[in-house]
Write a protein that binds this ligand. Structure first.
Ligand SMILES: Cc1cc2nc3c(=O)[nH]c(=O)nc-3n(C[C@H](O)[C@H](O)[C@H](O)COP(=O)(O)O)c2cc1C
Length: 344
């Protein structure tokens, strides 16, 4: 269906953590490399496709967020944002960084990004946080672009299937990064990969890609046995030198700290899994004091950057899945080799 040799997807990672080199390394090794492009401008997506195609002639996956702005932003006020800024002021002061000035008027980029995606024609268009309009899905079908949508619940998988999406990613709550729920709040959609894959296998006819908590050959074998047609791996590829993560970020993934992850809205306004921090703990249960996505993310960007630059583990946002504790590969080619040869 995809023209790939092994049922292994490299999980696309947004906000600069994917690279053409990582995509090419995985696709060249027979898996499906994926690029998380939700923060890119349409013209950057066109450039990116050229960069990836210079490195590999194999199929690859371009990933976007269907919902990239919380609807609640439409009614959000400057006074509300000022109150959020006030509650984070001690953190900015502690790191010695300025509170950024932000505009509350933020437009979705998705429609224009989808046009660019159709123009560059990746083998696979994957998406999270919703279902694209029928016109986009129809054009993908016409052009032979395989579509893959993420589900965190059976209801979401059935909605994706009813829309005619080709492949369903079962996104278990072990996974690093954001919970891509779109029917009910992410907090009410916390299924683990093990049970989600089995539920989908019982009720969904489309091929299922299991994502969340898979980091080695045994994990790949396990999800195939449960009914998945492929395994999607994010954190273990993020730890490889081809990813867009800095050296300090990757070192943290190999440190004992990565054994403890948590789901928090604090860093972006949407629920996401990251290495546990003292800062997220401080704001636990205070979700009403956070701005909607992506405003909260823009507010926290200087904190995330300063903390990472200084190796300040109390404040850094290190996205990681629950199974980060046992990572050992630092090259995507070596990780692919183990995944392939390790599976019976
Ligand atoms: C840093 C990071 C960023 C991610 N960004 C995206 C994204 O933009 N789009 C997406 O579909 N999935 C994203 N994911 C999810 C991965 O593609 C993958 O499904 C997930 O990492 C699998 O779980 P694992 O981390 O336990 O391997 C991200 C994951 C991480 C760790």
């Amino acid at each position: 269906m995809l023209g790939i040799r092994y049922p292994i997807f490299q999980g696309p990672m947004g906000a600069g953590l994917s690279t053409p080199a990582l995509v090419a390394a995985v696709s060249d090794a027979g898996g499906l490399g994926g690029y998380g492009a939700y923060t890119l401008q349409p013209e950057e997506i066109r450039e990116l496709a050229g960069d990836i195609r210079k490195l590999t002639a194999k199929p690859w996956n371009l990933n976007l967020w269907v919902s990239d702005v919380d609807p609640s932003i439409a009614n959000y006020t400057t006074a509300e944002l000022d109150a959020v800024k006030e509650s984070f002021k001690p953190v900015f002061e502690a790191l010695g960084v300025d509170v950024p000035s932000l505009s509350i008027s933020i437009q979705s980029k998705f429609a224009k990004q989808a046009e660019a995606m159709l123009a560059v024609k990746p083998a696979v268009f994957s998406f999270v946080f919703g279902i694209p309009d029928e016109a986009i899905l129809k054009e993908c079908r016409r052009q032979g672009i395989i579509t893959a949508g993420a589900a965190t619940t059976l209801d979401e998988a059935l909605a994706l299937e009813a829309a005619g999406v080709d492949v369903i990613a079962a996104a278990g709550f072990e996974a690093g990064g954001h919970r891509p729920s779109f029917l009910v709040p992410a907090e009410d959609s916390l299924n683990g990969t093990f049970s989600l894959v089995q539920q989908l296998h019982r009720h969904v006819r489309k091929p299922i890609v299991a994502a969340g908590g898979i980091a080695d050959a045994a994990g790949v074998e396990a999800v195939l046995r449960l009914g998945a047609s492929a395994a999607q791996i994010g954190t273990a590829f993020l730890a490889c030198e081809e990813s867009g993560a800095s050296v300090a970020y990757r070192e943290r993934l190999f440190s004992p700290a990565a054994r403890h992850t948590e789901l928090t809205r604090m860093y972006t306004g949407r629920l996401a899994r990251a290495v546990r921090t003292e800062l997220a703990g401080r704001f636990a249960g205070r979700e009403n004091q956070l701005a909607p996505f992506p405003l909260q993310s823009q507010l926290m960007a200087p904190i995330r950057k300063a903390a990472l630059d200084r190796g300040d583990s109390a404040y850094s946002a290190i996205w990681a899945g629950q199974n980060a504790g046992g990572l050992h590969h630092r090259s995507a080619a070596a990780l692919m080799e183990e995944l392939i040869t390790g599976c019976r």
